[in-house]
Ligand binder design. Sequence first.
Ligand SMILES: O=C(O)[C@@H](O)C(=O)COP(=O)(O)O
Ligand code: ZN
Length: 201
Amino acid sequence: MKSLCRIGHSLHSRGLTFGSSGNISVRLPEGGWIVTPTNVAMGDLDPSQLSLLDDDGKWIDGPKPTKETFLHAAMYGARRDAGAVVHLHSTHSVAVSVLEDIDPADVLPAITAYYVMKVGALRLIPYFPPGDPALGEAVAGFADKHHALLLANHGPVVAGADLRSAQYAAEELEETAKLFLLLQGHKIRPLTASQAAALKQ
Ligand SMILES: O=C(O)[C@@H](O)C(=O)COP(=O)(O)O
Ligand SMILES: [Zn+2]
C-alpha cells in the first residue's frame, strides 16, 4: 500500500488537504479494503499503519480507521466498479460547497472538457457533522449515479476505478472549483449540453 501513502503525501504536500483532514481507501482484490487511520495527516501516512476492513466495512486489523468509514462503505456499496475513494478538504471545493445559489444536482458548470470527462455532474450532499452515520445514508442515495459528490460545508468525496482515477478526479474537481470562483462576476460560456454529451460517448 505504498502507492496509497505516496498519493496521500503528494496531496498533502500540494495543499489539497490540511492538518489531519481527508481520508483515502482502496478496495483489495482478495476482498475487503484498506483505509487511512483516523487523525493522521495525509503527509504522515505509513504503509505499515493502515486500517484493514472487511467487505462490510467492519474494522478487522491495524489502527482505528477514519471516522468516515461509513462514507467510503456507502460509495463502495453503490458502485461495484469503484476500486478507491478519496475524501479531501480542498479549499476551493469547500468554498463552492458553501455558496448559497448553486444547483445541488450539478454544482459546477462544464468549464472544460477535462472536467466533464473526469467529474461529470457533481452532486451536493446536505450538511451533516463529520462522522455522522446519516452522512453515509445521504451519500448512499446518490452514489450510484454520481462518482463525485460535494459534502456541504465540508469537502469532496470521489470514487474511481482505481486510486489514480479517484485522485485525478478529486484534483480536477478542485481546479474547476478554483476556476469557477475566479470567474464569479464574469459572463461565462461553458460547454454546451451537446459538446458535453459528445465527451461521454
Ligand atoms: O472532516 C472530518 O473530520 C473528516 O471527514 C476528515 O476529513 C478526517 O477524519 P479522520 O479520517 O477520521 O481523521
Ligand atoms: Zn472531512
